[in-house]
Ligand binder design. Structure first.
Ligand SMILES: C=CC1=C(C)c2cc3[nH]c(cc4nc(cc5[nH]c(cc1n2)c(C)c5CCC(=O)O)C(CCC(=O)O)=C4C)c(C)c3C=C
Ligand code: FE2
Ligand code: FE2
Length: 343
């Protein structure tokens, strides 16, 4: 059988000139700004133009562009290898806000003429702002292109065995670097506006599940969950990562920081965590600041994704969790509160 695996990620600008259109795409998404298009689209233009200089400054610190595409391509190739013989697997990277974007990827997949399609978000924790947005865009583009192939969606995998095993190994390496200093592990995730969570998005609950699974596996940790990357005037979920860094400084604790909602490196890890928060940790008197790398192509993580793909292909029913409920999905769709096609 020919099987296309579509790996969803956010995407990032590939040049300084791409920053503004990338931001415009992001803020035009109704999953990010839930207003009718009449208001949303002009607002998106306005916010994007206001944020461009700041965002260009962020990307300038890492050479003017995001490395997210190369990293995601490497994950797609590693996944094809891990899935091995038996079927003709092909991994397609599909970015939400910068190239390669949905319509173009749908056309590439159609040319491949697969028997089955698996949609695989590179977001371990489900959110309406990420996974649901990508799935919705995919379904619309697939319908327009008349790509009528049985399609199944992995909704989330907050405590998938391979993802947790890879995370545990990386956090343990960070702890070893902290040596015998009193240490706190900060599990830092991209934040969300509070109103998104109040509307039933399971992201925060799933982030906490990931953190607990890692902490339980290591045992004996001083740890907390915090949220980074706040944008805009709304109230976001907390505690904020910068506040947790200051608190660790006051408590005289070294920090091992693990970005548990990202599976690759990009501006939010390479600039916000490695530059801005490292500086804040120094200023706050934190004895040591160790940033744990994301799972990337760690073999246990990739094997975990491959297992998810194999498992969902063996299931007779498509199930997808869209977060319109306070009940977080179990991550393997068993007991998933939401059923097929509900995004
Ligand atoms: C778990 C992953 C992510 C969630 C949830 C998410 C929500 C979210 N993001 C914004 C606004 C921005 N995000 C930006 C960059 C960015 N966001 C994620 C992931 C999640 N976002 C990633 C991986 C990246 C990095 C992209 C790259 O560099 O390759 C940006 C652009 C950078 C900047 O200007 O700071 C914005 C803006 C909102 C508003 C939101 C939820 C409502
Ligand atoms: Fe973001
Ligand atoms: Fe689910």
């Amino acid at each position: 059988m020919k099987i296309a695996i579509v790996l969803f990620n956010l995407g990032g600008p590939d040049s300084p000139e791409a920053v503004q259109p990338f931001l415009r795409n992001l803020f035009s998404d109704p999953a990010i700004i839930s207003l009718p298009s009449f208001f949303r689209l002009p607002l998106a233009r306005f916010i994007a133009s206001r944020r461009t200089a700041k965002a260009q400054g962020i990307y300038a610190k890492i050479g003017g562009s995001s490395p997210i595409l190369g990293q995601t391509e490497a994950q797609a190739r590693a996944l094809e290898d891990a899935l091995g013989p038996g079927h003709e697997w092909r991994g397609y990277v599909c970015m939400r806000y910068w190239h390669p974007m949905t319509e173009a990827v749908v056309r590439s997949v159609k040319r491949f003429a697969p028997d089955r399609i698996v949609l695989l978000p590179l977001y371990p924790q489900f959110s309406t702002t990420t996974t649901a947005s990508s799935v919705k865009a995919w379904k619309e583009a697939a319908a327009t292109a008349k790509l009528n192939v049985p399609t199944q969606t992995v909704c989330c995998y907050p405590d998938e065995e391979g993802f947790i095993a890879a995370s545990v190994e990386l956090v343990k390496q960070g702890l070893a670097e902290a040596e015998s200093r009193p240490t706190r592990v900060l599990f830092s995730a991209h934040g969300l506006p509070e109103k998104v969570i109040k509307a039933g998005d399971p992201y925060q609950a799933q982030v906490e599940r990931t953190a607990k699974a890692i902490a339980d596996r290591i045992g004996g940790l001083d740890w907390s969950v915090c949220y980074q990357s706040r944008v805009g005037p709304l109230k976001w979920i907390g505690p904020a990562t910068d506040d947790e860094i200051r608190r660790a400084g006051k408590d005289g604790k070294a920090i091992v920081l693990y970005p548990l909602a990202f599976v690759s490196e990009h501006s939010e890890t390479l600039v916000e965590l490695d530059m801005d928060y490292r500086e804040l940790a120094n200023e706050s008197g934190v004895p040591a600041y160790i940033r744990v790398p994301t799972v990337g192509t760690h073999p246990a993580f990739i094997e975990g994704l491959a297992n998810r793909v194999r498992a969902i292909l063996a299931e007779p029913q498509v199930a997808i969790c869209h977060g319109a409920t306070a009940m977080p999905c179990s991550g393997d769709h068993r007991g998933c509160p939401l059923i097929a096609g509900s995004v």
